[in-house]
Design a protein. Structure first.
Length: 179
């Protein structure tokens, strides 16, 4: 019966915001190139327990006039992210290039990340100053799902992405506020 329904493509967005007690000028470089996050700073949760890797750090590079970073994760996952747009101390937008990324030899990476059902469209940070030493930081992810049951696929995608955004920003907050 499921095969009788056509695949549909839908756009989705997940965002998470928090306040970091530092200025945008201090925070921004640490979002563009995320410093090494220790186990004490990054609090793992259910999704790491079941095998979803956690971020470790990202390193910035430039090649032929293009800025990109490679996000390093546990279990050898490395995502190649091109910086599409950047407004110093306010906004940065990334596009993940899965063809240049180093994926794990796991069914989840091959089926979800390299399959035709899920696509990261944009990942971006917005920084909004609150005071001289407080900044609202928002991490957002725009993505597409193409399936016969988008409601179900999005239920899980939203949970995983929201968990990722929350844990990453909270770890960055802990790291930056301790410095």
């Amino acid at each position: 019966m499921e095969k009788s329904f056509p695949d549909r493509t839908q756009d989705y967005k997940v965002s998470y915001s928090l306040i970091i007690n530092k200025s945008p000028e201090y925070i921004f470089p640490n979002l563009v190139e995320v410093p090494h996050l220790t186990d004490q700073e990054y609090k793992e949760g259910f999704f790491q327990f079941i095998g979803i890797p956690r971020p470790i750090e990202s390193n910035l590079f430039q090649e032929n006039g293009t800025q990109y970073r490679i996000g390093q994760f546990t279990d050898g996952l490395a995502l190649y992210e091109t910086i599409e747009k950047q407004v110093e101390n306010r906004y940065v937008n990334y596009k993940i290039d899965l063809n240049k990324s180093q994926l794990r030899d796991r069914p989840t990476d091959k089926h979800i990340l390299k399959g035709n059902n899920f696509e990261f469209v944009n990942i971006y940070y917005n920084l909004s100053p609150i005071s001289s030493d407080q900044t609202k930081v928002t991490l957002s992810c725009d993505y597409k799902i193409t399936s016969k049951m988008n409601f179900y696929a999005n239920f899980w995608a939203k949970l995983v992405i929201k968990d990722f955004e929350t844990r990453l920003l909270e770890a960055i907050k802990v790291k930056l506020e301790m410095q």
